[in-house]
Design a protein around this ligand. Sequence first.
Ligand code: CDP
Length: 240
Amino acid sequence: MTKSTFKRIDGRAPDEFRKPIEAKVGIIPNADGSAMYRSGETVAIAAVYGPKKMHPQHQQDPEKGTLRCDYNMLSFSVTERIRPGPSRRSTEISKIMEWALEPVLLIDSFSNMVVDVNVNIVQADAGTRCAAINAAAMALAHAGIPMKSIVSSIAAGKLDKTVVLDLNKYEDSEFEEGEGSTDIPMTFTPDGELTHIQLDGKISKEQLKEAIAMAREAAKEIYQVQMKALKEAGGENGDA
Ligand code: CDP
């Protein structure tokens, strides 16, 4: 890890999570699976419905099932109210959720069917796509969707010259000192395989490796929190 005297605005060490991290499974009675994931001031709620027959019929895939994610940030989740409804950003993040989650789904076990994952961000302070993926992974397991494992998502990045974990809103959007801010959301399997990585900003190859290693360690801790929540809810589904 980069040794530095760099001070973060909230006093965290470079490799320190935001607190609290909280997870709860089984929060929406009408959904087939549901979960809440909180990291600091960011809160995501996921509901899973399905598998159910895909309509319209021409979208059915006889080879495999379809994972359909819908990410939504509620109007009151940030200080400056967001216009309700889909946006370019929410469409992009929904797609990213699908990419991050699909590699662990046994997708050919529900051919012609669709699994809907609806995520609402009720409070946002950066890192909402990671929180959304973490909540969705638990909700999918809770719904009993066949999966190899769940996934765990966290961002690492760089503030000026220092590699850091779990950027908050200020660090993500307003930090401008020196080399500025780079945010790298990532998603890992429990074995530490990446299922998703995004790079927003600039970073050297060496520091990118350092950021991935830092996030990989952090993802192990998130995994423990997710698994504990799943077990408390009755540990619906095998490994997940
Ligand atoms: O949330 P995440 O880091 O995955 O995505 P982002 O697009 O980098 O957004 C970072 C943060 O900016 C969000 O978590 C919100 O706190 C904030 N934001 C906002 O205040 N208004 C928006 N329309 C979009 C984002």
